[in-house]
Design a protein around this ligand. Structure first.
Ligand code: ME8
Length: 519
């Protein structure tokens, strides 16, 4: 077992200026797979997601929609909570930054930073990109059309001059570098860690953490003219959700903080690995254990954007290909951490080769042979041959492999390992040819089918985090009761019971036969 210490993981909280697309679904899916895996492995989990509802960007979108920001946030936030149901995400909490619990935590965090002498009043003059809700130094910008200044992200910047509170980020350069050194896995993948360390080594400027030229946000305690910088507000969600400022023994904070994992896209790495640990350390709170920055999805080779009209809504994919196939594709197609390209062609290939021909074919061949030739019950195995034991041992070894791959968020490598066993099982079946043994050696046929069924039981249990529905259907067909689907049931001690009646088999992974939409 992985031990019982609680595991706290979070997604970014998504801006309510947009409808969710597969990029948002991807981050939350990765967390969902991890959360489900940990729970099946006997670990108490807290899985948090939610929406980021304040700031100039949301205020601007609300104005464009012609409604007040709160009504706008209420409306768009629902799209994100609907996504949870659609994708069967198993979050334990959904936080909205407009909730009173969050105001309370933000005020407490501000006051802790102030009390420790890390905040001072000054005035900001510099560049700001509303799209990124980020400040940029002149040296980071390039000239765009109409003498506009453009941030490295492509966002347009505007010049701002206003009174502002500052956070003494410059004082945290060395403590941050020491922290990265002492915690080599704090930032994953390693390439991203190097990027962040180079940025911090280059020197840190104090950070403007309040604004006075718009309204939509949390007011600074003690100075109502100022609105807290939306990133300070947003990052604080991770401690709001564990009950901050209540931090004493027996609180959720004591149980779950520091978070084990903040999963984010690479676009928001700096906020999570520089600002956030600095805020926390300055407030006397522990920094999170890990930030994993995954890569960026493009669509058929192009950036996903409203203006190109190529934004993929998760419900369109689920309708077209089914939930399990969508979840599988997103976790398998791209090495987690790398950028990836979505194409319908690649999706259909995965469905047909990995799911229908690979996993589905294995399950269907084995279960239909048992249905027809073993009285529709778990067959009685005889003595095991070397090939039988080899396949079973490969299935038994999967849990350790999966644990170790997921301990570094290598979802794709975990799936590679599962599919290696699926391939081995299909080859074993071809070699053993139970359809021939049926006539020549029925006892041996029963052994082969038993070994295969037991291998499928392992696969069915282990694929639950990625493909919850299909895995449940596979386990139902093996008559594995719901309470026997945890990882503590893996291994020979809880093997299928000989003679257990099995329901009639039915296909789990259909082939995708239509032409996919044109790329
Ligand atoms: O940044 N590929 O919110 P956001 C992969 N509110 N992931 C993608 C993606 C793509 N093409 N597009 C979006 C914010 N994402 C802040 C976060 S957290 C304290 C505040 C995912 O709505 C990815 O996880 O812009 C990225 O980091 C996130 O959506 C940005 O969501």
């Amino acid at each position: 077992m992985s031990g019982q210490s609680p595991y706290y993981l979070t997604t970014p909280i998504y801006y309510v200026n947009d409808v969710p697309h597969i990029g948002h679904a991807y981050t939350t899916l990765a967390c969902d797979v991890l959360a489900r895996f940990k729970r099946l492995d006997g670990c108490p989990v807290k899985f948090l997601t939610g929406t980021d509802e304040h700031g100039q960007k949301v205020e601007k979108s609300a104005r464009l929609a012609g409604i007040d920001p709160q009504a706008f946030a209420d409306r768009v936030s629902l799209n994100f909570s609907d996504l949870l149901t659609l994708m069967k995400f198993t979050n334990d909490d959904f936080i909205r930054t407009t909730e009173p619990r969050h105001h309370k935590a933000c005020h407490a965090l501000w006051q802790a930073l102030e009390a420790s002498g890390h905040i001072y009043l000054g005035s900001y003059s510099g560049w700001y990109a509303v799209r990124d809700e980020a400040f940029y130094g002149e040296d980071e910008l390039r000239d765009g059309p109409d003498s506009k200044k453009i941030a490295p992200t492509g966002a347009e910047c505007e010049w701002m001059e206003e009174p502002s509170y500052f956070f003494r980020l410059s004082a945290w350069q060395q403590p941050l570098l020491d922290f990265y050194e002492a915690n080599p896995d704090f930032i994953l993948p390693a390439g991203k860690r190097n990027e962040v360390m180079a940025f911090v080594r280059g020197g840190l400027r104090d950070l403007s953490i309040s604004r006075t030229t718009f309204d939509w946000g949390i007011r600074v305690p003690g100075d109502e003219r100022h609105i807290m910088y939306v990133w300070l507000d947003a990052l604080a969600n991770y401690i709001t959700a564990v009950g901050y400022p209540e931090t004493g023994a027996g609180t959720d904070y004591a149980r779950y903080w520091p978070a084990d994992l903040h999963m984010v896209g690479k676009d928001i790495l700096r906020f999570h690995t520089v600002y956030w640990p600095a805020f926390l350390m300055a407030a006397g709170l522990a920094p999170p254990r890990r930030v994993f920055a995954h890569g960026w999805w493009t669509i058929e080779g192009q950036k996903m954007s409203k203006s190109l009209g190529n934004v993929i809504a998760p419900d369109a994919l689920v309708t077209m290909y089914g939930l399990d196939a969508t979840r599988y594709f997103l976790m398998r197609e791209v090495p987690f951490g790398n950028d990836g390209d979505f194409s319908h062609r690649a999706m259909v290939n995965r469905i047909n080769s990995d799911l229908a021909n690979g996993y589905g074919n294995l399950v269907q061949r084995v279960l239909s042979m048992i249905g027809k030739n073993c009285g529709a019950a778990v067959p009685q195995p005889g003595p095991l041959a070397e090939a039988d034991q080899r396949l079973l041992d490969a299935a038994y070894a999967l849990l350790e492999t999966a644990r170790s791959e997921l301990s570094v968020q290598a979802f794709h490598r975990m799936l590679d390992a599962f599919w290696a066993v699926i391939g081995a099982a299909n080859r074993y079946m071809d070699e053993q040819a139970p359809w021939t043994l049926r006539k020549t050696d029925p006892a041996r046929m029963a052994t082969v089918l038993y070994v295969l069924a037991e291998t499928i039981r392992h696969l069915g249990i282990l694929t639950q985090p990625v493909m919850p529905d299909a895995s449940a259907r596979i386990l139902e067909q093996l008559a594995v009761p719901e309470e026997a689907r945890g990882f503590d049931r893996l291994g020979p001690a809880h093997a299928l019971v000989v003679g257990t009646p099995l329901p009639p088999p039915c296909g789990v992974f259909p082939r995708y036969v239509e032409e996919p939409p044109r790329s």
